[in-house]
Design a protein around this ligand. Sequence first.
Ligand SMILES: [Zn+2]
Length: 78
Amino acid sequence: MQKPTLVVPIRPPSRGACARAPLPAVYGLAWAQRAGRACVICGQPLTTGAVSRGWIYGKHGAHRLDVEVWCCPKTEDP
Ligand SMILES: [Zn+2]
């Protein structure tokens, strides 16, 4: 039995969208994004109020590439 494929719709960018956007693969992240210094979604430098998006897990051969990632503060109304 096959597992259903999870399809995440990609929304157009808007204020606060980074807090909801699907996380990218760890392989494409810039150094600043992996270091938690830039938004994992849009790449903007983070200052205060960064929102944790948890961890992205990845592997490259024997190397673990797990990183904790952050995104822009949530700015839109609920
Ligand atoms: Zn962002």
